[in-house]
Design a protein around this ligand. Structure first.
Ligand code: C2E
Ligand code: MG
Ligand code: MG
Ligand code: MG
Length: 287
């Protein structure tokens, strides 16, 4: 009986693996084609200043509109693009497109995710310089987001790359904070401008448990190290009020808006910012 069950399980497992392997191969081939066609687009998710309650920034998020399969999530295709060596090229397309938009939106900061492949590209600094010239963007209005995964090893090379990016005038954010294993000493050493608290922590604050203590401590830590703190994944009015109350500087999440196509973002900012009343802590705590 146990043996039969075991074999059945193994068979199920290999079927699953074969299916996902086939799916991966398909995505690989389609990705190469998509880069030449016009299947990629950027959506932008508004980021709200907790102090002014106005939209002050937007995060560029890659979208792949597959001709047959429809929208494919970046968490599915980006790891594959990374694996087959296509991510620097795709990431370069993202940088150019997002910086072009940033140049057109003088009052809105644009934040752009930088993949590990891009970060380790030897000509990253040269390329960023070229993009500033080509797009006319002011780099002070652009934040580049990197993830903790990059920081597992302390290295002079990482330090030099971060410094070069900062010297060009860009800001740097540490994305998804709390999901990786980076040591606290890296936070001190690398001096990020912004710390983005991962949404898994933000979504846990409404439940009993240690998340509340952890999130409050992370906000204080970020501030003590001179960083601005961004709460990701703000989904409810309670998340929003709580993160604001605890001192998070910026708020981002479905509660305010999902990522939007560029034209919809501009319309959304117009209506949101013209109707927003600066929300004070005492007002907020009455909600
Ligand atoms: P991320 O950089 O942490 O981006 C935030 C993700 O959380 C986005 O997912 C966004 O749609 C989602 N999100 C925002 N607010 C909420 C919320 O309130 N609730 C929930 N459940 N989700 C929320 P998306 O667009 O699917 O992107 C997933 C990840 O893919 C990104 O996570 C980022 O790591 C990566 N990615 C997306 N675009 C790019 C890109 O252009 N370059 C690189 N290197 N990575 C990208
Ligand atoms: Mg991000
Ligand atoms: Mg994030
Ligand atoms: Mg995240």
């Amino acid at each position: 009986e146990a043996k039969r069950l075991g074999r059945g399980h193994a068979a199920w497992f290999t079927t699953q693996m074969a299916a996902s392997l086939r799916q991966k191969r398909e995505i690989e081939m389609d990705l190469l084609e998509a880069l030449n066609g016009e299947q990629f687009d950027l959506h932008y998710q508004p980021i709200i200043s907790a102090r002014s309650n106005r939209i002050v920034a937007a995060e560029a998020l890659l979208r792949w509109n597959h001709p047959v399969k429809g929208m494919i999530s970046p968490s599915v295709f980006i790891p594959i693009a990374e694996e087959i060596g296509l991510m620097s090229k795709l990431g370069d397309w993202v940088l150019k497109r997002a910086m072009t938009s940033a140049a057109l939106w003088p009052d809105i900061e644009v934040t752009i995710n930088l993949s590990p492949a891009q970060f380790y590209q030897s000509d990253l600094e040269i390329r960023l310089r070229e993009l500033i010239a080509e797009t006319g963007v002011s780099p002070t209005m652009v934040t580049l987001e990197i993830t903790e995964g990059l920081l597992l090893e302390p290295s002079p090379r990482i330090m030099a790359t971060l410094q070069a990016i900062r010297d060009l005038g860009f800001q740097i954010a540490l994305d998804d904070f709390g999901t990786g294993f980076s040591s606290l000493s890296y936070l001190v050493e690398y001096r990020f401008d912004k710390l983005k608290i991962d949404r898994s922590f933000v979504s846990a604050i409404s439940q009993a448990g240690s998340a509340q203590t952890v999130v409050q401590a992370v906000i204080r830590l970020g501030h003590a190290l001179g960083m601005e703190v961004v709460a990701e994944g703000v989904e409810t009015v309670t998340d929003s009020v709580t993160m604001r109350f605890w001192g998070s500087d910026h708020l981002q999440g479905y509660f305010f808006s999902r990522p939007l196509p560029a034209d919809e973002l501009i319309a959304f900012i117009g209506s949101y910012n013209s109707s927003s009343v600066a929300l004070q802590f005492d007002e907020a705590s009455n909600l």
